[in-house]
Design a protein. Structure first.
Length: 394
């Protein structure tokens, strides 16, 4: 095992149990290590601190597996960590009875670069770091053993793998693919495309926020922007919305939304309208038409993948929220989200407040919105809190 020696004074984050070791903190590597190999992390005086996965091509040169420098990182360790993560979800009362659940959420579950989502009897795994990639077999075996699932599909095709020097890897790694896959989320049936859908096939992080949307939608005219496959829209209909207009620029996503509508015959399809359009332009057109809504959902894609993109993203977030506020009836509610890691909660609130000010309205925060409880945030890893949202009433 190679030794990773930190520069003097650069051990503070490890001592605070932050799992990332950046290139600027590394003094040298003593010994040889390939991407994904386990290295012993030591401070500048030679004191062992942790065991981590080496990633020579990434700015995050190592990701900590264990803060116990005596801990062996082997198949048994990985399988125990997987089992513990699955068990935490099984014991959470809010997740009981849900068909779709995130089983492993990377660093927050002590498994850096590992994402695993369960959809019924199928598990989808995504490996985004060199260390996770190296332990693929142990991760898959651990998931099969801990869940009893019938199939595991890999969706390791996110762009972040390029930063680790890794290419995309996708395909079935255990069991057999079902002909079709659907889940029931809070009473609404949804199709999941594990091979071609966003992320691992579905946005599980918005589960509780979709449920809240249903509760707020009763008797309201609803506008859902960036609707993707209709999750917020169907929950609004299930909650008793008077009407729901859903807009997305993706024809295939709207096609899936139409199939999801058909999967739920208990919902009144005559109250739903689906539009393929650029959301920014569509909102301007609705304003020109004099349309108004009682509840608007803004759930755009990631505008700022990193802090370097924050300024440009801030302008986009302000523009979209300004357009949203202009379309609200008095007493209306704007549910607005950012999934951009480069935009923190404080900055996001300032952006939304500035948009409301420019429109000349007063608004108050009814709810602060975040990812579902199966997407925990490690206390030592605030960067993990990527999804933030506000429900604001004018």
């Amino acid at each position: 095992m190679a030794d990773l020696i930190l520069k003097s004074g650069n051990d503070r984050s490890v001592l605070r149990r932050h799992p990332w070791i950046f290139a600027g903190s590394v003094d040298r590597l003593e010994g040889r290590a390939r991407a994904g190999d386990t290295v012993l992390v030591m401070d500048s005086r030679g004191k062992p601190l942790a065991r981590a996965a080496w990633s020579p091509e990434s700015q995050i040169r190592a990701r900590v597996w264990s803060f116990d420098p005596e801990q062996s990182i082997d198949h048994a360790f990985i399988k125990r960590a997987v089992a513990a993560s699955v068990a935490r979800r099984a014991s959470h009362p809010w997740l009981a009875g849900q068909d779709g659940v995130r089983l492993i959420h990377g660093e927050s579950d002590g498994l850096p670069g590992v994402i695993a989502d369960r959809y019924g009897a199928m598990v989808v795994v995504q490996l985004t770091s060199a260390g996770a990639d190296k332990w693929r077999d142990a991760i898959v075996a651990g998931l099969v053993q801990a869940t009893g699932c019938s199939a595991v599909y890999e969706r390791s095709d996110s762009d972040v793998r390029k930063l680790e020097g890794l290419g995309p890897v996708t395909g079935l790694v255990y069991g057999e693919m079902p002909e079709s896959l659907t889940i029931v989320e809070n009473g609404v049936r949804m199709e999941v495309d594990v091979a071609g859908g966003h992320k691992t096939g579905f946005y599980l992080d918005q589960r509780e926020n979709r449920q809240l949307t249903g509760r707020l939608a009763a008797g309201r005219d609803v506008l859902n922007c960036f609707c993707y496959t209709g999750g917020f829209s169907l929950q609004a209909l299930a909650g008793g919305a008077t009407s729901v207009i859903s807009i997305d620029s993706s024809g295939p996503a709207l096609g899936t939304a139409a199939r999801n509508m058909a999967l739920n015959p208990q919902l009144d399809a005559s109250r739903a309208e689906w539009r393929e359009d650029d959301v920014f332009q569509a909102l301007r057109n609705l304003k020109a038409e004099g349309r108004k809504f009682d509840l608007i959902i803004l759930d755009p894609p990631k505008f700022a993948p990193s802090a370097a993109h924050a300024e440009r993203a801030a302008r986009a977030y302000k523009d979209i929220n300004l357009l949203g506020f202009r379309l609200l009836n008095p007493g209306g509610i704007l549910m607005t989200y950012s999934c951009s890691g480069g935009i923190g909660l404080e900055m996001f609130q300032k952006i939304v407040a500035s948009a409301a000010s420019d429109v000349g309205i007063d608004a108050r925060i009814l709810h602060r919105l975040s990812a579902a409880p199966d997407h925990p945030v490690g206390l030592a890893v605030p960067e993990g809190e990527y999804l933030k949202g506000l429900a604001c009433q004018v």
